[in-house]
Design a protein around this ligand. Sequence first.
Ligand code: PSU
Ligand code: MN
Length: 320
Amino acid sequence: MNAPLRQSDEVRDAIASGAPVVALETSVVAQGLPPPDNLEAARRCAAAVRRAGAVPAAIGVIGGEIVVGASDAELARLADPARRPAKAAARDLAPLLAAGRDAGTTVSATAAIAARVGIPVFATGGIGGVHRLLRDEEPAGAADVSADLHELARAPVCVVSAGPKAILDLAATAEALETLGIATIGYRTSELPAFYADASGIPLEHRVDDAAGAARILQLHWDALGRREGVLLLVAPPAPVAQEVVEAAVLAALAEARERGVRGKAVTPFLLGAVSRATHGRARAANLALLERNAAVAGEVAVALSAARRAAGALQSRPV
Ligand code: PSU
Ligand code: MN
């Protein structure tokens, strides 16, 4: 049985010929940002990927069908809160397809689909991770840990992001990434970026300074060593907000979330919205800028990886 999955002609042709493609998520459109920023961000990301010489492939669920290479009209449909699109993690895909729903795909769902159709590079804003506890708060059974982490451990995709979202416990998230075997590489940085902020105090052991360096690591990781885990490429946000400002806003947002009993999937969108309001739009501006920057870097990495794999293929098939 084939999954209900439709690829745009442009994306299908690019994948088939080994041309560079960048997957883009749509939970940021459907849940992460309010209109009109959400559609604007999607358009700016796609344009940044094209400027780098790669084909953008926005992934989402439209009317019970997975779309790889969503059109502007399909993105506008996901960007309309009145249509109540679902938030799809990887585990939600099958039930949402069966129900004929629309959904924005999170990092976990987008990485799973990108791996399935053969797109090795994917850009997002920030990844999910281990959520924080408030001071003196007892962990309620298992901690709230984003499905993004476990999916990245099994999807051979390079996710370009500005780090785990600042609403999270960054130290615990860094430990979880290590445990799960997800490689973390700084792109022109030796410190884990913290989404809105460029500093986290958590050092990164590995860094690259250009797209060719990133592509070389991807080739070694997947093609030479045969590893199947994802790789996180971490890019500092180009218009960061001061860490103290972010921290104060996050703590207030967390307290408000607890007070209102916000749970499950609603936690991340609630916290992002509250931080954006508390910083008077500074976090919002940082979010838009980092999304575009990550898409540009992902485009460059996709171009470099496509060229490096072509060269390696040509080398292998050369007669001795
Ligand atoms: N990056 C953003 N805004 C977002 C997200 C990422 O700039 O809204 C989304 C991603 O889709 C990510 C999701 O996978 O938030 C994580 O949600 P949760 O913590 O519920 O797993
Ligand atoms: Mn969660």
